[in-house]
Design a protein around this ligand. Structure first.
Ligand code: 5MM
Length: 345
């Protein structure tokens, strides 16, 4: 394990004003995204979409520190034969790879899941390193039960998922790959922001205990958490200042200062909400780690709709991606204001 290399990559992933593009949708998920624009999901259409994003300038050079890829994508080449990973490195960005194989039903725990993918992971990581990946991602899924249902999430679900995350992280570091650890507390449901805080705190505290127990060096990791936020169906949803305040408080209570950086998921927030929340956190608090984005939907939804799967819309799709990347880059510096959406559009 080369700790200096791991720390150098981790710090580059959270460089000032930059963040991560999560383009690691599995075939099923990208199929659903393409269905919204009536586009067939094929290896070529998936390649065209991702090639368009990875060729977008100045977004890729100025705002995107790294790109999380899916197994198919890390092996694909652009229409002119250039490997997609080379488009990313040519822009000064870092290729990464999703290595979990998805959340599956957790035996004996109705409504809960365990993320799989540890079998054979050591060999897959060696292969991905050869293909150019310098960081990886594993996402644990923690659901919150309906209001009044304290049984979900269970301690069993949190313990098993955080244990698996730490096993993944240890294997990554052995392979000189920076692990992004992503314990996602899901936003769906009618729960309050206080309940989200409680579940997020429990998850993060368990995660850092497991990482310590398994000898993971925090200086060579990145945390990808949810924000502390009301459930999507909650009656009185908390406003942006409260989301920023409670998220920062929760992270400060749980995440050691040795962690090089925190890159949030958007988790079903609207594009502009996710950007605004990030900027508020960066503008108003003195924190031990940089806070940035590792967004999937919040970076891709707008360009996907504009592109619509048509070659003639590539320039317009890239303009939409440039815009979202710029807004989020500013948010990572605490310099975003919602009015800028019009100004820069
Ligand atoms: C890009 O979506 C990733 C999940 O894909 P699958 O469900 O198909 O495996 C997801 O892990 C993503 O990287 C993170 O959740 C962040 O994405 P969002 O859309 O929440 O910002």
């Amino acid at each position: 394990m080369d700790l200096d290399q791991l720390n150098e990559i981790a710090c580059a992933m959270v460089a000032p004003g930059k963040g991560i593009l999560a383009a690691d949708e599995s075939t099923g998920t990208i199929g659903k995204r393409f269905a919204s624009i009536n586009l067939d999901s094929t290896p070529d259409s998936r390649r065209d979409w991702r090639e368009m994003l990875f060729r977008t300038e100045p977004a890729m050079s100025d705002r995107i520190s790294g790109v999380i890829l899916y197994d198919e994508t890390i092996r694909q080449s652009a229409q002119d034969g250039t490997p997609l990973t080379k488009l990313i490195t040519d822009a000064g960005s870092i290729p990464g790879i999703k290595v979990d194989t998805g959340a599956k039903p957790l035996a004996g725990a109705e409504g809960e899941t365990i993320t799989e993918g540890l079998d054979g992971l050591r060999d897959r990581l060696a292969d991905y390193y050869e293909l150019g990946a310098r960081f990886a991602k594993w996402r644990a899924v923690i659901n919150i039960g309906a209001k009044g249902d304290e049984a979900v999430p269970s301690q069993y679900c949190i313990n098993t998922n955080m244990h698996a995350l730490a096993r993944y992280a240890a294997l990554c570091q052995e392979a000189n790959i920076v692990p992004i650890v992503e314990p996602e507390v899901i936003m769906d449901g009618d729960h309050s922001i206080e309940r989200c805080y409680e579940v997020t705190e429990f998850s993060l505290k368990t995660l850092y205990r497991e990482l310590f127990d398994q000898g993971v060096v925090l200086e060579g990791t990145i945390l990808k958490p949810n924000m502390v936020i009301s459930g999507t169906q909650a009656a009185d949803r908390a406003g942006p200042e409260e989301v920023a305040d409670m998220t920062v408080q929760c992270l400060a209570n749980c995440v050691p200062a040795a962690v090089p950086g925190i890159a949030f998921l958007s988790g079903g927030q609207s594009d502009e909400e996710a950007t605004h929340h990030l900027s508020l956190m960066n503008g108003s608090y003195d924190l031990p780690w940089p806070l940035t984005f590792s967004y999937g939907r919040a970076l891709q939804a707008a360009p996907l709709q504009v592109w619509g799967g048509k070659a003639e819309n590539v320039a317009a799709g890239q303009a939409a991606f440039n815009h979202r990347a710029k807004m989020n880059g500013l948010a990572a510096l605490g310099e975003y204001e919602p009015e800028m959406e019009k100004e820069f559009a």
